[in-house]
Write a protein that binds this ligand. Structure first.
Ligand code: EPU
Length: 421
């Protein structure tokens, strides 16, 4: 098992490029199943989660050619000959649920185990099951999962109201609807930038989707989805994480190839907390800043992204005064703060959704274990500002979403190395 060993205190300088978004690439991989024609995906992030999604496609019978140098993946879904997802792969990745809708829409049936993933990955899938039923699918619950069959051979359009805003739920129902007979209306949809990006790709392939990026999406079903190409949008969470890394280390760094507009409320909140940022069309430069505590509540897009809650919580340990971080989306996503406390932070958990952060506190190097992707990268940042040496175990969780992260941070001047044992 690999681990990261980090010696804290290095000042950073230079620039770091943001790569393609994990949470966009995963959806495009799933959407390729809707067609029997080739899809070319550019700016593709080669990370553990997308590797597993590629394995799922190959297991279904698709051919997938990978060109890491050109950051390109070519999927040929014509040869898909299975409608049962491999249980071992499904257990590794919450996002495996994204394949259920496209397989059901194209082949009229699908079977899979309950999706797994990290500590926050094992969350409910009721909104997906309810949605599939509305399209006319019969649901049989198996011992470990479920089986869906289009009752009349083909799915029928539907009017779906999501009782809770769900990102992959919105995307899944959008992908399911493109081949359903008639006009589907999805209400109370998530608006994350990955959703209009997926709609844009599907429309290029012949789908008729309107309203993606708003709370109401209309989809006119079509008979066929064609092949196309797609440039994965920049990873907004990587961008936000690097901005907070610049602020935490008091460094001037340039975060390139990003779309600052996709950060929604994050940059205004950082600026309110005193961050000095130069924001361009596709870059952000961080400047050494005198920052103060500002409380935050995570919220669906364009609110403050839950995926940036953990580095923000760390940032609050380094500023003057007290703040409350309220994680409104996921229960359990604040539990990593006990590991920051072991480094010297003063974070009090009020309940599974809220912590009080008292700053500033000096952090000291410790042995940590990464519980999930975003908490994991936060531990890397904590190690970079701590006195002494920090060791982070279970970095598979970090490799799930950040490509070649140690080499990219070393280029900025960070003292981080991967140790393989
Ligand atoms: N929920 C249900 N039932 C469902 C689906 C969701 O109760 O059937 C609940 C969840 O438990 C959660 C809330 O609804 O409390 C919202 O979850 P959502 O479905 O929006 O999350 P997701 O689509 O599974 C995506 C991202 C996450 C990101 C969230 C919120 C992907 C592949 N994943 O997850 O990204 O945190 O939206 O923005 O797009 C990450 O990249 O580290 C990550 C966890």
């Amino acid at each position: 098992m690999d681990k990261f060993v980090i010696n804290g205190g290095a000042k950073l300088s230079g620039s770091i490029a943001v790569l393609g978004a994990k949470n966009s690439a995963l959806k495009i991989l799933a959407a390729t199943v809707l067609s029997d024609q080739k899809c070319i995906i550019n700016n593709f992030p080669f990370i553990e989660d997308t590797n597993i999604a590629i394995e799922i496609l190959r297991d279904l019978g698709a051919s997938v050619d990978v060109d890491k140098e050109r950051k390109m993946v070519i999927v040929n879904p014509a040869t898909i000959n299975k409608t049962v997802l491999d249980p071992v792969l499904v257990r590794k990745l919450r996002s495996s649920i994204l394949f259920a809708g496209p397989i059901l829409a194209r082949f009229g049936q699908v079977q899979m185990n309950h999706p797994g993933g990290c500590v926050i990955g094992k969350r409910p899938i009721d909104l997906f099951i309810n949605g599939f039923e509305k399209f006319g699918a019969g649901v049989d619950f198996t011992e470990d999962g479920f089986k869906l069959i289009a009752k009349s051979g083909k799915l029928k359009a539907s009017n779906i109201f999501f009782p809770q805003i769900t990102v992959t739920g919105t995307e899944t129902m959008m992908m399911t609807a493109v081949l359903a007979e008639g006009k589907t209306i999805l209400n109370n949809c998530a608006m994350e930038p990955e959703i209009p990006a997926l709609a844009e790709y599907l429309n290029k392939c012949g789908a008729k989707i309107k309203g993606a990026g708003t709370h109401t999406i209309e989809i006119e079903g079509v008979d066929k989805i064609y092949g196309s190409y797609f440039d994965v949008i920049p990873d907004r969470i990587e961008a936000g994480t690097f901005v907070m890394m610049g602020l935490l280390t008091g460094s001037e760094i340039k975060i390139e190839n990003c779309n600052p507009e996709h950060l929604g409320a994050v940059l205004p909140i950082l600026e309110k907390a005193g961050a000095k940022l130069e924001i361009g069309e596709n870059y952000i430069i961080t400047k050494p800043s005198q920052m103060k505590a500002v409380s935050v509540v995570t919220h669906e897009y364009p609110g403050f992204a839950t995926d940036l809650q953990s580095p923000y919580t760390l940032l609050m340990t380094q500023v003057q005064d007290q703040s409350i971080v309220h994680e409104s989306i996921f229960e359990g996503r604040l539990f990593f703060t006990d590991q920051l406390n072991s480094m010297g932070a003063n974070i009090i958990m009020c309940d599974p959704h809220r912590v009080v952060v008292n700053g500033p506190t000096k952090l000291y190097g410790k042995k940590l274990t990464s519980p999930d992707l975003r908490a994991g990268i936060t531990m890397v940042l904590a190690g970079m500002i701590a006195e002494g040496t920090t060791t982070i175990e279970n970095i598979y969780q970090i490799d799930r979403g950040y490509e070649n992260i140690e080499a990219r941070l070393q280029k900025l001047g960070a003292d981080i190395k991967r140790v393989t044992s």
